[in-house]
Design a protein around this ligand. Structure first.
Ligand code: TMP
Length: 214
């Protein structure tokens, strides 16, 4: 029996877009087919990367430091968790990945996209058994007007350094996601997140089925 190929799926969107509330159902969908499912997140997913997450979300720093820390966390995560899981044939469901860096550090903070591209190639290149630069097979992009996301976030838990940003920052982040999506349209599925939870889930499930991933 040939081993199943790993499947790397990421969820993206601005804060308040509601992406994380669909991970349970996605996991159940793939588990029902008998597959191993690994759920993880960025920044994070390993003890070191979770430590770096705490720094990135809470400590003041400039955009280069922020970029280096999210990519350092990513490197540890890719090498120790994501690449081995894919090599085993697992489905990896990752809440945010490099598109978030292009959107938040690139779009939101205005950091150099060329430098981010270089770091992306270094950090995601040459993992054992994974050719070239590792990229998700599918990115579910939960797209929501920044004003609506801000309303959803208002009054929620104590905001971190990103959630505390003004709506203009999230407009730039949203534009950053739109740029990444148009540069790699085959990888992205745009989910209209300005809808009921049931409707958003229906879009997610339809996208996964349409791509023949189940
Ligand atoms: P989360 O709350 O969805 O887990 O995301 C944590 C925050 O980190 C979120 O505001 C986006 C931000 N972030 C970046 O700025 N750059 C990145 O590369 C990643 C993965 C997240």
């Amino acid at each position: 029996m040939s081993q199943r190929q790993g499947l790397f799926i990421t969820l993206e969107g601005i804060d308040g877009a509601g992406k994380s509330s669909h991970v349970d159902a996605l996991e159940a969908l793939f588990r029902a087919t008998g597959r191993e499912v690994l759920r993880t997140r960025e920044p994070g997913g390993t003890p070191l990367a979770e430590t770096l997450r705490g720094l990135v979300l809470n400590e003041p720093m400039d955009a280069l430091t922020e970029s280096l820390l999210v990519f350092a966390a990513r490197r540890d995560h890719v090498v120790n968790v994501i690449a081995p899981a894919l090599a085993r044939g697992a489905v990896v469901l990752c809440d945010r990945f490099t598109d978030a860096t292009f959107a938040y550090q690139g779009g939101g903070r205005g950091f150099d996209l060329g430098v981010l591209g270089t770091l992306e190639a270094w950090v995601q290149g040459g993992q054992g058994g994974v050719p070239d630069v590792l990229q998700p097979a599918l990115t579910l992009w939960f797209d929501l007007p920044p004003e609506t996301a801000a309303e959803r976030l208002a009054g929620a838990r104590l905001p971190d350094r990103f959630e505390a940003q003004p709506v203009d920052f999230f407009r730039r982040v949203a534009d950053g996601y739109a740029c990444r999506a148009s540069a790699d349209a085959a990888r992205f599925e745009r989910i209209d997140a300005d809808a009921t939870r049931e409707n958003v889930w229906a879009q997610v499930e339809a996208a996964v089925r349409r791509r023949g991933l189940l």
